[in-house]
Design a protein around this ligand. Structure first.
Ligand SMILES: Cc1cc2nc3c(=O)[nH]c(=O)nc-3n(C[C@H](O)[C@H](O)[C@H](O)COP(=O)(O)OP(=O)(O)OC[C@H]3O[C@@H](n4cnc5c(N)ncnc54)[C@H](O)[C@@H]3O)c2cc1C
Length: 495
């Protein structure tokens, strides 16, 4: 039976590598077997980029591992979705940019190439019912052309945030000199006091929901400053601009064949060490070893790496119980609310209108868009984010209703041609059982200063990975890879 299970897993990965769309399936894989057992050095919970990277490094150091992945696919918040025209689009993490060195190195090592996000032509500002196309190579850079007072205010706010972020140590934000002051307020209250021109506040609000899929009122100011500080690497300080920009920013490049090529190819190098459709239910210490119980498989191990978002880790039963601080932490880090809608057209028609497909809007279900066409532009794809309050508004909505709202917005921005796509894909992360939101678990006020130290501190032989534990590019694919590398180093030192 165990053999059957491995074969079913292998064929899933093989099929996925051949046709990326095959891995978009969710649910339980066929052929679930009676409980198999494995004994390894390290059990890894979660087959996203973090868990798979941890496994790669431990295997390279000669250790035995089992990666237990709840879904019937690898990649977690990174997933390729099959399109009716035979193409592939991305339902989750997609873009990479400068200073995201570790995801780039991983992709390079697996032969997954990148291409530049389509960024030729003008962006579009849609505000107060008016469309304003604008170039991003002028004096304002990527800042939308709001009124002069708003621009001046936004520039002051942006530079204040970058300066404050420089005072936040990425490894321990709770030790910043002003940590207590910054962690007791929401980003909203700080913006209300500083982004005093309404158009500047609008820009900061849009930037916030685009980055966190949460409203400013939900976020700790300290967490926002940490996130800005983390948008860099060991030699380059993080900036707000690097988080929001396409050229020279986090949205600069995409992966040929879709981002899930990276975890799919990484998992293929790990072979049968990756077990799919194996949600971990409990982690118990018994006789000096850990017993990790998942549906269909039980793994005994000397160490465990939990590489899932903190709120999901909180759904696993631990025996002995985790320290209170660690559990309180996972109770307090919610996932953002995010969906991605992709409409496919015969051609990227907006390009001929001189537009690059990127919108910033003050209205609609979709307030931020990108041109998600393939590198050869053999068809056109418009991608829209549905985020925070907008996503929540559609909580109980049927896909058809969300589609109607998205296409209405696309038509407002790009004209009537946008009303008739050849196909449409919606990926809602709040409804994914093993993510329950995205792109990242964020900290409301009071969490980092009270419980931040529990984020990475191992509990006996249990270590923590996942993008939420990363010092740089927290919340991003790069952060996931960095966290896996760090967790592997930690475990190797402890074994
Ligand atoms: C819509 C969206 C857009 C994004 N855009 C970008 C982007 O453009 N660029 C970027 O860099 N990042 C982006 N991100 C973020 C990026 O995808 C994540 O930071 C990254 O993929 C996280 O990797 P991870 O391994 O830490 O966690 P995950 O990918 O969440 O992996 C955790 C894994 O654990 C599994 N799991 C959960 N519970 C259990 C359990 N009990 N037992 C076993 N397995 C379990 C899950 O199924 C999952 O596979 C985006 C995310 C979303 C949702």
């Amino acid at each position: 039976m165990a053999r059957e299970r491995q074969l079913s897993r292998r064929s899933l990965i093989g099929g996925a590598a051949a046709t990326a769309g095959a891995v978009a399936l969710t649910g339980t894989a066929a052929g679930t077997a009676a409980a198999a057992t494995r004994d390894v050095d390290v059990a890894i919970v979660g087959g996203g980029l973090a868990g798979l990277t941890t496994a790669r490094d431990l295997v390279a150091a000669g250790k035995t591992v089992a990666v237990l992945e709840a879904r019937n696919r690898v990649g977690g918040r990174v997933v390729n979705l099959a399109l009716a025209n035979g193409g592939v689009t991305e339902g989750g993490g997609e873009f990479i940019g400068p200073t995201q060195d570790r995801i780039k190195a991983l992709a390079d090592s697996l032969g997954v190439a990148t291409f530049t996000t389509y960024n030729t032509g003008k962006n579009l500002l849609y505000k107060d019912g008016k469309k304003t196309p604008y170039a991003t190579d002028g004096l304002l850079g990527s800042v939308p052309p709001i009124d002069v007072a708003g621009l001046a205010n936004a520039a002051i706010v942006q530079s204040a945030l970058d300066d404050m972020a420089k005072q936040v140590p990425v490894g321990a934000p709770w030790t910043a000199a002003k940590a207590a002051e910054w962690d007791k307020q929401t980003f909203e209250s700080w913006l209300n006091a500083n982004a005093i021109v309404p158009s500047a506040k609008f820009l900061l609000d849009v930037a916030t929901t685009s980055i966190f899929s949460a409203q400013p009122r939900e976020l700790s100011l300290l967490f926002v400053l940490f996130y800005i500080a983390a948008a860099g690497n060991e030699s380059t300080a993080g900036t707000l601009e690097r988080l929001t920009d396409t050229a020279n920013g986090a949205q600069e490049s995409r992966f040929v064949g879709g981002s899930q090529q990276v975890p799919i190819k990484l998992a293929a190098t790990l072979g049968d060490r990756v077990v799919l459709s194996a949600p971990v239910r409990s982690i118990t210490k018994s006789g000096g070893k850990y017993v990790v119980t998942a549906d269909g498989v039980t793994v005994t191990a000397k160490k465990v790496v939990v590489a899932v978002p903190p709120p999901l880790a909180g759904r696993i039963q631990f025996d002995p119980l985790l320290p209170a601080a660690r559990d309180q932490l996972s109770q307090r880090l919610p996932m953002g609310s995010i969906g991605k809608a992709i409409a496919v057209y015969d051609t990227p028609f907006w390009r001929t209108d001189g537009l690059n497909g990127q919108v910033v809007s003050d209205t609609g279900a979709v307030r931020s868009t990108f041109d998600n066409s393939p590198p050869d532009a053999s068809y056109g794809a418009l991608m829209g984010f549905i985020e925070a309050d907008e996503m929540r508004e559609y909580d109980a909505a049927a896909v058809a209703d969300v589609k109607a709202a998205v296409l209405k917005d696309f038509a407002t921005y790009f004209g009537d041609k946008a009303k008739t796509p050849t196909s449409f894909v919606l990926q809602r992360w709040d409804n994914e059982g093993f993510s329950r939101g995205g792109p990242v678990a964020y900290a409301p006020p009071g969490v980092l200063t009270e419980y931040g130290t529990a984020l990475r501190t191992p509990v006996d032989g249990i270590h923590w990975a996942g993008t939420e534990t990363s010092t740089y590019w927290n919340g991003f694919m790069d952060g996931a890879v960095r966290s896996g590398e760090r967790a592997a180093r930690e475990v190797l030192a402890a074994l």
